[in-house]
Design a binder for this molecule. Structure first.
Ligand SMILES: NC(=O)c1ccc[n+]([C@@H]2O[C@H](COP(=O)([O-])OP(=O)(O)OC[C@H]3O[C@@H](n4cnc5c(N)ncnc54)[C@H](O)[C@@H]3O)[C@@H](O)[C@H]2O)c1
Length: 262
């Protein structure tokens, strides 16, 4: 589907990969509804993107917060006439922790819950709550397409490193639910694609120490550098536009396979 004059809900949409996606889809004429915890960045991004962008302060780990943002988006679509046709579930966190640390303390349940609640439950809950508005949208084109859902997994889904049990569990789950989600939704003409990036420039990866960062770049095959958020956004755009992309996980990783540790 062409993004123009359609509304896309983007969680984590005011930073990194989500922000690049919002810029790309907005430039293609889409309306973008940005859901994020960070309201300071949200206000700035709406100023930058203009009338076709709205920000909703949202915690994707809180189902009521998602409900309010989806409701707000729906009200907005009534003014614009641009139906909700897509969700890009980009909100995510990484919280490293060994399953058992040097003091013989097992990983805390609170850190496990935090990562799973944002990366996995938050992704599914946003999709779940947005779907009733996409399944009832008018089918378009010769194939009767109604919408597209894009999720973000990670290289850690396949080659998670030491200290990434929680993160890898969340991203592996996102990768494995892609096909059943696509199968559930095929009768509505709604596609599902997951992108699994390796190292990309963003606020999340800015927090890495130079040793980790250089170590990861060293194990890239080609190109030997972190990906740019715009390169990620270009693939999102292709996922929106190319109807044959469905039920699959696309690695976007410069052939990087992460080693056990750096
Ligand atoms: N950058 C990478 O190298 C990389 C690699 C693989 C996967 N990813 C995944 O890509 C996604 C985007 O990450 P990024 O690198 O752009 O990071 P980022 O930190 O720049 O952006 C993440 C955004 O999510 C928001 N967020 C965090 N918790 C939230 C919550 N509970 N509710 C709503 N918003 C919340 C943050 O405020 C932030 O704006 C994440 O799911 C991340 O796991 C990133």
């Amino acid at each position: 589907m062409k993004p123009a004059n359609r509304t896309f809900i983007i969680s984590g949409g005011v930073s990194g990969l989500g922000l690049a996606t919002a810029r790309n889809l907005r430039a293609a004429g889409a309306y973008v509804s940005l859901l994020d915890l960070n309201s300071t960045a949200g206000d700035e991004v709406v100023k930058e993107l203009g009338e076709r962008a709205r920000f909703f302060e949202t915690d994707v780990a809180d189902t009521e917060s998602i409900a309010a943002a989806v409701k707000g988006t729906l009200e907005w679509t009534k003014q614009t006439g641009a139906a909700i046709r897509g969700v890009v579930a980009g909100a995510g966190v990484g919280l490293p922790g060994l399953i058992i640390d040097k003091k013989n303390e097992p990983l805390s349940l609170s850190s496990l819950d935090l990562v799973l609640n944002i990366n996995l439950r938050g992704t599914l809950d946003l999709i779940r709550q947005s779907l009733p508005y996409i399944t009832t949208a008018t089918p378009e084109g010769p194939d009767g397409e109604r919408g597209v859902l894009i999720m973000i997994s990670s290289s850690a889904a396949f080659d998670g490193q030491m200290g990434q049990v929680a993160y890898a569990a969340s991203k592996g789950a996102v990768a494995s639910l892609t096909l059943p989600l696509a199968r559930d939704l095929s009768k509505y003409g709604i596609r599902v694609v997951t992108i699994a990036p390796s190292l990309f420039e963003s606020n999340m990866t800015k927090m890495m120490g130079p040793k980790v960062r250089l170590g990861l770049e060293r194990v890239m095959e080609f190109p030997k550098r972190a990906g740019q958020p715009e390169e990620f956004a270009r693939l999102v755009r292709e996922c929106v536009e190319n109807q044959m992309l469905n039920g699959t996980v696309l690695r976007l990783d410069g052939a990087m396979r992460m080693p056990s540790k750096l």
